[in-house]
Design a protein. Structure first.
Length: 238
């Protein structure tokens, strides 16, 4: 081995790459039968009215700042994902260059540029959830649905994704399904949630272990009695 090669080996930095770094589908577009310039998409009359309301929130000359809520509106209308034709329509209604819309849609992971199932399961895979059992939740989902992260069931009901922190660390492990959070999960509660969704029911959202919101699991440790009211603790001669 040459001295140069040895130095390169010794001083090579070890860098962690996320799944996004390994996949160009997040940043680039390739035409498919379901996703191309000719994929049918037009805003409904109701959503066109909503767009006008959204645009009114922004001052003249800055209407293009509405691109994120309008992209979200397009995604919701289109069953949870954004074909490139929908992005082009967003550019049209906001008088933007198409590339500016593509830049936003490829930056934010909330925008799905490939079809997803009716129930998009996003499993938090960062440290607090991992420490509290996210791996077991992932295995439960995979075993029940027969899919891996990035895949959709054959009936197009479920898509599984691994998400970065979803901001509910105190309730780890947790998942987001469409707009709802399901927290304090166990394999059993995860199985119940999936079975209820399959049956057309709405599972209970939030913590699944009985606690309220993000209260301590053992119960409140402060603010355990009503506030004393005005004047409490004030000297009597004041």
């Amino acid at each position: 081995m040459s001295l140069t090669a040895l130095r390169s080996l010794l001083f090579k930095r070890t860098i962690h790459f996320t799944a996004v770094s390994y996949s160009d589908k997040i940043f680039s577009h390739r035409d498919t039968p379901k996703n191309n310039q000719n994929t049918p998409f037009s805003f409904t009359a109701e959503n066109l009215k909503r767009i006008e309301t959204i645009k009114s929130w922004y001052p003249e000359g800055h209407k293009q700042a509405a691109v994120i809520p309008v992209l979200d509106l397009a995604q919701r209308q289109n069953g949870g994902w954004l074909p490139i034709s929908a992005m082009n329509k967003v550019a049209e209604v906001l008088s933007m260059h198409r590339m500016r819309v593509y830049e936003v849609a490829t930056f934010y992971t909330m925008f799905n540029r490939e079809p997803v199932g009716k129930f998009h399961i996003q499993l938090c895979g960062t440290t607090p959830c991992q420490l509290c059992g996210a791996d077991g939740i992932q295995k439960t989902i995979e075993n029940l649905l027969g899919i891996k992260p990035g895949e959709t069931t054959s009936d197009e009901l479920f898509t599984l994704s691994i998400a970065e922190c979803l901001g509910a660390c105190v309730n780890a492990p947790m998942i987001q399904i469409n707009d709802d959070y399901y927290e304090d999960l166990t394999p059993d509660s995860m199985q119940r949630i999936i079975e209820e969704l399959k049956a057309g029911k709405q599972p209970k959202v939030g913590p699944q272990n009985g606690r309220k919101a993000a209260e301590p699991i053992t119960g409140l440790t402060s603010l355990t009695e009503p506030p004393k009211g005005p004047g409490f603790g004030v000297r009597s001669d004041l």
